[in-house]
Design a binder for this molecule. Sequence first.
Ligand SMILES: Cc1cc2nc3c(=O)[nH]c(=O)nc-3n(C[C@H](O)[C@H](O)[C@H](O)COP(=O)(O)OP(=O)(O)OC[C@H]3O[C@@H](n4cnc5c(N)ncnc54)[C@H](O)[C@@H]3O)c2cc1C
Length: 355
Amino acid sequence: MKHELVKIIIVGGGLSGITLAHQLEEKKIDFRIIDEGINHSTKVAAGMINPMTFRRMIKTWKGDELIPTLKEFYPAIEKKIKHKFFFQRKLRRAFNSEHERDLWMERLEENEYDDYLNPPEDKKNTPSHLKAPFGNGFLSTPGYVDAKKFMQYNHDYFIEKGLLEYGKFDFSELDPSSKTYKNEEFSHLIFCEGYKGEDNPYFGYLPFSNAKGEVLTVNSDVFDKNEILNKKCFILPTENGDFKLGATYAWYTQDTSPTEEAKKELLENYNLLSSAPIEVIDHEAGIRPAVADRRPLIGEHPTHKGLYIFNGLGSKGYMIAPYCAIEFVDFLMGKGEIDQEADIQRFYKKHFNKQ
Ligand SMILES: Cc1cc2nc3c(=O)[nH]c(=O)nc-3n(C[C@H](O)[C@H](O)[C@H](O)COP(=O)(O)OP(=O)(O)OC[C@H]3O[C@@H](n4cnc5c(N)ncnc54)[C@H](O)[C@@H]3O)c2cc1C
């Protein structure tokens, strides 16, 4: 073990900070969370668990490990905090083109996709409002995490235990050489700041490529409440009875306000998916903490020992976070390594040395 795990401060109480905190608690390691109380990703997300990248019709990074892990992790948290936020859904993909349907058929022949893809649906079982001239098929997915419930219940849980306090982390009060924050000693300071990580004076050298995303909440009495629909955009039925329509991507901005362009884009994409009338009841925007190579950012600062980052969860954070939190805590306990593809050491030569 590099440093004794005696006192951990987590900066950021979004998905990354929350999953990390639960894993530390599981291992009986002391921690506290400081969160600014403003969240622009975890809370806005649709929380969909989608183990496929349809564009190339391949499984997402580490899909075979991430899915079984999250299927245990989230229910275990639900049991602990006595609140439900993880719900089952089926995902129906309407194929974009003949080529996409052919790729789906090819993958069906490969054993490693047995747990994911199902044969295309019969036309007679396809909802009449769905625009699917090239057919459609079901992807087996565990469902979705209700993002607002997830944030609220977990914050309530940690606040009640006295482990979460609201406030902005003040970098002028941090002394990395004596490992103190506001004169209080810590053994590990772990930054889980989401897209704000790019402004972090210690980790801002990492090549963040954050992606703004916008989602609409819509009403409809046509959609099946158990089915996520997906093509160009998605319609996700929530437990409240409404539906999330998402999501857009825009880079190089920290502006978290919803825009008319994104709303227009979402509605145009929706028109390619379904003919069912919808009523827009809400519009939200957030920023995904992402990296150009689409891998997380995990590890210790190259020179300021004791400072760590757990970030870069990208557009599939709800899928990635449980696995990475478990692996990271094992690493902190001296029981394993951080996956090389997620370890920030991959940027040492190209980005840190150039500072
Ligand atoms: C529109 C949209 C749709 C999405 N849909 C999905 C989806 O369907 N499925 C999926 O898996 N993922 C989805 N995501 C991605 C997912 O939301 C992210 O991967 C994940 O929430 C990132 O969590 P985080 O904790 O790293 O960041 P955040 O959620 O941004 O949390 C960071 C926290 O750090 C705090 N903080 C920052 N700086 C400081 C400071 N100096 N002091 C104190 N606190 C600080 C903030 O207050 C915040 O609460 C979506 C994201 C968006 C924007």
